[in-house]
Design a protein around this ligand. Structure first.
Ligand code: ADP
Ligand code: MG
Length: 255
C-alpha cells in the first residue's frame, strides 16, 4: 500500500540489552483500521516491541515509520502527539482520585499538552481545559464508564480500572492504540466485554495493536497476527494461518 494509507511500519527493528537481543530484525506493517495482534511465549519480546513503537526504548537497529515518516528517534511524548497511544498498567493510575481526574491527568502527562500546562493554569489554558474535559467525558462514555461517576479509581473493579486506562489512551485522540495484555487477570465474562470494546474501537475508525495471552480471545478478535519468539518474527497472517504454522506450534510447546 502507499505511504498515505500506511500507519505504522517497522524495518529490521531490533534492540539489545547488553548481550540479550530482545527484539531482532523485525519487519512488520500494521493493518490500518483493523485489530492487529502480537503473540508469543513469555519473554518473546512483545512488550519490548511495544516500548520501541511508542518511543520508550530506542532501537539498536532498524527504522520505525509513521505514515511514511521516519520516527525512529522521536521521544515517547512526541509519539503520543503524532497519534500513537498506549495503555499503561492499572498500577500507574492515581487510585485515590476520581475516574475523570485520572483521564485528565493521564492525557496531560502522556498526551498533547505538557506537565507545565497542568501546573501553569493561564486563561488560554482554560479553553484547553474545557476541551480536555469534553474529550475525557467522551472517552469514558466510549469505554462504558460514567463521566460523572465520583468514585475514586480504587473503588472500581480491576476490569473497570482497565477501562480507565483505555479511556486515558483514547482521550489523547489517537489513530493507533497499543494495548499490552488488556485481558490479563480478568474473568471470561469481562473478557467478552473487553472484546466488544476493542471491536468498537475499530468501528470508530481506530487501528488497534494488542498483545494478548488469551488465545481464544485473540483468535476470535484479531484480523492479523504476528508471532514473536526469542525476539524474532516467526510467523504472521490470519488467525487460521498462524494457528496451523508448525513454527508457532513448536514455539508454544517450548521449542
Ligand atoms: P514479553 O513481553 O514477550 O513477555 P519482554 O519484551 O518483556 O517479553 O522481554 C523480552 C526480553 O527482554 C526478556 O528476556 C526481558 O528480560 C528482556 N528485557 C526487557 N526489557 C528489558 C530492559 N529494560 N533491560 C534488560 N532486559 C530487558
Ligand atoms: Mg510482556
Amino acid at each position: 500500500s502507499s505511504p498515505n494509507t500506511d500507519l505504522l511500519q517497522v524495518e529490521n527493528l531490533g534492540i539489545a540489552f547488553g548481550g540479550l537481543q530482545a527484539v531482532s530484525g523485525v519487519n512488520y506493517r500494521v493493518t490500518p483500521n483493523a485489530i492487529n495482534a502480537v503473540i508469543g511465549p513469555n519473554g518473546a519480546g512483545k512488550s519490548t516491541f511495544f516500548n520501541l513503537l511508542s518511543g520508550f526504548y530506542k532501537p539498536t537497529s532498524g527504522r520505525i515509520l509513521w505514515r511514511g515518516q521516519d520516527v525512529t528517534r522521536v521521544p515517547a511524548h512526541e509519539m503520543a502527539k503524532l497519534g500513537i497511544a498506549r495503555t499503561f498498567q492499572t498500577t500507574s493510575l492515581f487510585k485515590e482520585l476520581p475516574i475523570i481526574e485520572n483521564v485528565l491527568l493521564g492525557t496531560r502527562l502522556r498526551g498533547r499538552s505538557g506537565v507545565w500546562d497542568a501546573i501553569l493554569r493561564t486563561s488560554r489554558l482554560k479553553r484547553e481545559e474545557n476541551e480536555a474535559r469534553e474529550r475525557a467525558s467522551w472517552a469514558l462514555d466510549f469505554v462504558g464508564l460514567g463521566p460523572n461517576d465520583p468514585r475514586p479509581v480504587a473503588m472500581l473493579t480491576q476490569e473497570a480500572q482497565k477501562r480507565v486506562s483505555i479511556a486515558i489512551a483514547l482521550a489523547t485522540n489517537p489513530n493507533l492504540v497499543l494495548l499490552d495484555e488488556p485481558a490479563a487477570g480478568i474473568n471470561p465474562e469481562e473478557t467478552a466485554g473487553l472484546t466488544r470494546l476493542i471491536r468498537k474501537m475499530t468501528e470508530h475508525g481506530l487501528t488497534v495493536l494488542l498483545i494478548e495471552h488469551k488465545m481464544n480471545m485473540i483468535m476470535n478478535l484479531a484480523n492479523h497476527i504476528m508471532v514473536l519468539h526469542h525476539g524474532q518474527k516467526i510467523a504472521e497472517g490470519t488467525p487460521q494461518e498462524v494457528q496451523g504454522d508448525p513454527a508457532v506450534i513448536s514455539a508454544y510447546l517450548g521449542g
